[in-house]
Design a protein around this ligand. Structure first.
Ligand code: G3I
Length: 388
């Protein structure tokens, strides 16, 4: 197990403070004062144009992106400005999921998804589709309507309609999301969710084959979470995901990429487990996307914004230093870009001592220390340039 981020944070803080002292920037209680300067210093630093996340990412073979709250995009000019300024790939946080897309068994609601596609086209951004098959966020009518007899038709019709509508305009689809749940106890480690109950494990290949037929351009992606850190659970999940991917490849199921959601926590430890996992995915010929990155700080015991921001930033730095060394990684997306709309809001899971600060921009669209840690990690990527 690698040194925890917490230990690295204290060591790195001392180094940072030393640097600031040398620069005549920090005196007094070094750790606190140096970190308290951070928010002000952040505001003064350039972040647009060639200083943007997407510009720094592109120099190192990466797309920089974020999930988009489409309602905020339409209502908040500041939201749209920062989005266009910083990112070159986007994904709908919710608008392309079954629930939002399917108000009734016979109708589709594409207004929000179409709005994101239009914004992306206007700003020459690529789009990730999320997602064509998931156990969660299914429409309210799903359980009472979809049966073992009609599930095949519902799945094929949905994928054909949705992926067909955006054919040629989606960079990558999350075709199946979160199909692995080792704790469900199946020998194959797969989740015993609605699609498994309705169609058996064959639903996964069916979804990918249907998606390929609907859009031969899109990179067909398997997307999942909980594979990032050095815990025993993550180790078990990585093994089950790899078994799934290897089986798909052995059956010639169309599969182009692995999405690693990257919902991580402050103090997380990221080492050989995730490195070897990504190398194994590369050996299968897969691209790798970090698809939903954010840092949950609810395990921090103090209520100090500067310290929280520093801990979050150092966790991003640690995680990206490890993962960007993998040459197959070609895109890095956070799950939202401003704390104002993070799904972690309101003290996610109830433990937070303060509103969560997981993203590169705070609730007032000001860059946080995390912004600069992510940009630095792009700059310090130690791997040959990869074609995007
Ligand atoms: O839009 C409705 C609104 O009309 C209604 O008034 C309100 C109250 O019921 O609900 C709103 O829908 C909510 C939706 O987010 C949009 O805000 C849903 O209830 C809520 O469940 C949904 O949560 C989303 C969650 O997935 C659902 O599981 C989060 O925003 C979204 O960030 C989260 O994203 C997932 C990824 O898709 C997959 N990976 C994990 C990630 C985090 O859970």
């Amino acid at each position: 197990m690698g040194i925890s981020s917490a230990n690295k944070i204290s060591r790195r803080s001392a180094l940072a403070n030393g640097a600031m002292i040398a620069a005549g920037l920090a005196v007094g209680p070094l750790a606190a004062r140096a970190q308290n300067l951070a928010p002000q210093a952040n505001k003064a630093r350039k972040i647009t144009g060639r200083d943007s996340l997407k510009s720094h990412a592109a120099h190192h073979g990466l797309l920089a992106g974020t999930a988009v709250n489409v309602r905020a995009l339409g209502a908040q000019p500041e939201y749209a400005r920062v989005l266009a300024e910083q990112y070159d790939i986007v994904v709908a946080e919710n608008a392309m999921k079954w629930g939002p897309l399917r108000p009734t068994p016979d109708t589709f609601f594409f207004t929000d998804a179409d709005a994101l596609m239009a914004f992306a086209a206007e700003h020459k951004m690529k789009v990730r589709g999320h997602n064509l098959c998931w156990h969660s966020q299914l429409p309210t009518w799903f359980a009472s309507t979809v049966t073992k007899e009609n599930a095949h038709r519902f799945l094929v019709d949905h994928i054909t309609t949705v992926a067909g509508r955006y054919r040629g305009r989606i960079e990558a689809w999350d075709v199946v999301n979160e199909a692995v749940q080792v704790s469900d106890g199946r020998p194959d480690g797969l989740r015993n969710g609605p699609w498994m109950k309705l169609l058996g494990p064959e639903y996964i290949d069916l979804a990918f084959r249907t998606a390929r037929q609907a859009d031969s351009h899109a990179l067909l992606t398997y997307n999942d979470y909980g594979v990032e850190n050095s815990s025993e659970d993550a180790t078990k999940k990585r093994a089950a995901v790899l078994a799934l991917l290897r089986g798909m490849k052995a059956r010639n199921t169309p599969l182009d990429a692995l999405g690693i959601q990257s919902h991580i926590h402050t103090g997380g430890s990221f080492g050989a487990g995730i490195r070897d996992f990504m190398a194994s995915a590369r050996d299968l010929g897969l691209k790798i996307f970090l698809t939903e990155m954010d840092v949950n700080d609810s395990n921090l015991t103090y209520n100090d914004i500067a310290r929280t921001d520093h801990a979050v930033a150092e966790t991003y730095r640690d995680y990206l230093t490890t993962t960007l060394a993998e040459p197959a990684v070609t895109a890095v997306l956070t799950w939202g870009f401003t704390d104002r709309y993070t799904w972690l809001a309101g003290g996610f899971r109830g433990q937070s001592k303060h509103p969560q600060r997981p993203l590169p921009f705070d609730a007032n669209y000001q860059p946080t220390e995390a912004f600069f840690a992510i940009r630095d990690a792009f700059d310090h990527r130690k791997t040959p340039r990869t074609a995007v």
